[in-house]
Design a protein around this ligand. Structure first.
Ligand SMILES: Nc1nc(=O)c2c([nH]1)NC[C@@H]1CN(c3ccc(C(=O)N[C@@H](CCC(=O)O)C(=O)O)cc3)C=[N+]21
Length: 203
């Protein structure tokens, strides 16, 4: 399991010529890192008398961040499985009558994994706002790193969804997924840029 490997081993495998883990798994790692940074802000806020007013919210934030981190960590593995299936389908003999269908089915799976990951990243970005606004100000910069990581993850998921959709021949599937992706991305650059600038100004 990739998630149980050391960071060093994971990065070696990412850098290798093996197709997986690929950019899809890297996106999930970035998202998980964003969630972990929200967790850090919440952990450094709870239990301190100075932040008693936000104690309950910070506990909830901590729990939500932990859950999202767990789900994004699972997406590392899910993306490996989904993209391995794509590679395996492409490697079927060219004259195999099932090859085309196998590729299409695999591409759909390899689209839905990063799309699900994108949804989680949008949630992490939402949590970063709360961490920045109500968390311990000593770690405001960490909330900033978290939102940038989650945003990089979201946009990376969008790249993988898009590249796969471009090879899918089912117009209804493509339109539906593209629509959801656009909704997830809508206004996000501006939102993150604003939070980033707000954080920078308060450091
Ligand atoms: N959910 C998802 N996750 C991904 O990680 C993902 C994705 N979708 N969609 C597409 C991109 C691109 N990507 C590649 C990785 C390795 C090769 C690769 O190893 N190519 C070899 C050929 C390999 C072979 O044919 O055996 C080469 O170019 O020489 C290609 C493409 C992963 N992506």
């Amino acid at each position: 399991m990739f998630k149980d490997q050391s960071l060093d081993t994971f990065l070696d495998r990412l850098a290798s010529a093996d197709p997986t883990p690929g950019g899809g798994s890297a996106a999930a790692v970035m998202g998980a890192m964003g969630a972990a940074l929200v967790g850090m802000v919440a952990s450094l806020t709870v239990g301190k008398p100075r932040y008693r007013a936000v104690e309950a919210e910070m506990h909830a934030l901590q729990a939500k961040a932990a859950e999202l981190r767990q789900r994004l960590l699972a997406a590392i593995e899910a993306d490996v499985a989904a993209f391995d299936r794509v590679m395996a389908a492409y490697r079927l003999p060219k004259d195999d009558p099932n090859r085309g269908e196998a590729i299409q089915a695999a591409l759909k799976g390899a689209t839905d994994v990063p799309l699900a990951c994108a949804r989680l990243c949008v949630e992490v970005i939402g949590l970063c706002h709360e961490a920045a606004e109500k968390g311990n100000p000593n770690v405001l910069s960490d909330a900033g790193v978290g939102v940038l990581a989650a945003h990089a993850a979201l946009k990376s998921c969008a790249i993988n969804v898009t590249v796969n959709l471009n090879a899918i021949r089912d117009p209804a599937f493509v339109a539906e997924r593209r629509g959801e992706l656009e909704a997830l991305l809508d206004g996000r650059d501006r939102e993150v840029e604003q939070l980033y600038n707000h954080i920078l100004a308060k450091l």
